[in-house]
Ligand binder design. Structure first.
Ligand SMILES: Nc1ncnc2c1ncn2[C@@H]1O[C@H](COP(=O)(O)OP(=O)(O)O)[C@@H](O)[C@H]1O
Ligand SMILES: [Mg+2]
Length: 204
């Protein structure tokens, strides 16, 4: 079982949105996916509870951070992929999910404040020696997006496809769908492309 952690110190950067949509994309790609929500706000679980489909799966209760490793061991035989969502503002237990992760996905909005905040996340992930990929999130079609990609590329790999600012991402937070299950084909295509690129990083 591969484990992907979404991390970014900045709130609102798109961690939970990416977790829900990549979980659905991986499920549609035939993977058995388990979502774990370690954010006390429970946004990922809230989305999942409004979802009609049984997959991706969640446990009856999410583990406490210090029980994460035992939970993953117990899930290993049943799932191909585990997606872990965490709160913003690095929790003191960040090392637990970092130690469990095979890949960290760092969503970043293309704004100076978000770019400034990303250093702390990158430092923690590099300390833990986990591979990571940046994903530009909520991108406008503007020069600031290209500039942000250039800045991030100096620090690590940037997903080839950006997650644009689209109503479908916000709406599906309430409906329990992934954008791949809506009529927004552009959103579905970009999530499929990001999943493809993430999948490649997991294997290699
Ligand atoms: N690509 C996007 N397009 C439009 N709205 C988005 C997008 N990504 C996130 N959002 C919205 O921004 C808000 C914060 O996103 P969220 O994923 O909850 O961030 P985080 O989990 O990092 O705090 C949510 O209301 C979400 O619906
Ligand atoms: Mg969140």
């Amino acid at each position: 079982m591969k484990t992907i952690l979404n991390a970014a110190q900045k709130g609102g950067s798109g961690k939970t949105t990416l977790a829900r949509n990549l979980s659905v994309a991986a499920t549609l790609d035939g993977k058995r996916v388990l979502c774990l929500d370690l954010d006390p706000q429970g946004s990922l679980r809230g989305w999942w509870e409004s979802r009609k489909a049984d997959t991706p799966a969640m446990l009856d209760r999410d583990p406490a951070p210090d029980a994460l490793s035992a939970t993953l061991d117990a899930a290993r035989a049943q799932f191909d992929l585990c997606r872990i969502d965490i709160p913003p503002a690095h929790p003191e237990w960040l090392n637990e999910p970092l130690a469990a992760a095979g890949l960290v996905l760092i969503p970043v909005r293309p704004s100076p404040n978000d770019l400034r905040a990303v250093g702390a996340t990158v430092a923690a992930v590099k300390d833990a020696k986990v591979p990571f990929v940046f994903a530009l999130s909520q991108t406008p079609c503007a020069r600031i997006t290209e500039e942000a990609a250039r800045v991030l590329a100096q620090h690590g790999r940037v997903a080839a496809v950006n997650i644009a600012q689209r109503v479908a991402y916000a709406e599906t937070g309430a409906t329990g769908h992934g954008v791949s299950e809506t009529t927004d084909q552009k959103a579905g295509a970009e999530i499929a492309a990001v999943w493809d690129s993430v999948k490649g990083s997991l294997d290699g």
